[in-house]
Design a protein around this ligand. Sequence first.
Ligand code: ZN
Length: 269
Amino acid sequence: MGMGTDSRPTGAAGLARPVGIRVAAEIRARIEDGRWPVGVLLPTEAELAREFGVSRPSVREALSALHFAGYVEPRRRRGTVVLSASPVPGGARHVGAASSLAEVADLLEARLTLEPAVLWLAAADPEPAALDAAQEAVAGMALVTDTESIPADTDHRLHALIADVCRNPMLRDELKTLLARASGPVWRRTQAAAWQERAALRRRWATDHGQIVTALERGDGAAAAEFSRRHLLSAVENAVGYNEMPASLRIRLRRMQQTFRVEPDPSAC
Ligand SMILES: [Zn+2]
């Protein structure tokens, strides 16, 4: 098999497909150490499945996760090409990206209001194909939790894939419009220090994402909403700690934490 125990997933609880993640971690290691340099084609799915002793669906999941994280890209009729030896997939810019710290605060408040509610509804009748895509994105996101370079726009793409699980197109589109604003340089700046300096927080975020998707799979709307709310409160906490946040906005963010805080959960660490 050739896959060491150090390639286990980074504590992302709730990931349903550990085999795919293990394969993805091994492929990523080879890309990062230059065995499969940028520009080369990976071996075929069948070859990878044989080499790692896993099923082709597991290989496909691994490749989807690596694609999400920005390492590889499927090319029609050619196979899968290596795009990058780090998880930074170019600087995608989004129309409507938060352009000031005040807008970052607006965005966090809007997401706290809408996102848990949409996921609560989504859990009642989740869209199966979207659940699969979300699960693969969670795996892709988990792959980058041990890297210090902040993956550009990975988080908001993951949240948009989770939003697709909701079948109501109005709510889904409203939420995705909001999520597209969680991108661009101002937003990233508020999150970057925490991402770079706090490995435990990165793992916690990966765990949050896994828990949200697992709750949706279980059809547990209350849990999906609760995990989502806690995840967003963690982003608020980060924004509070951002050293360039003006005092007036810090007060507003603190008030937001009070508004959206409910009973402390004994299982939360
Ligand atoms: Zn997130």
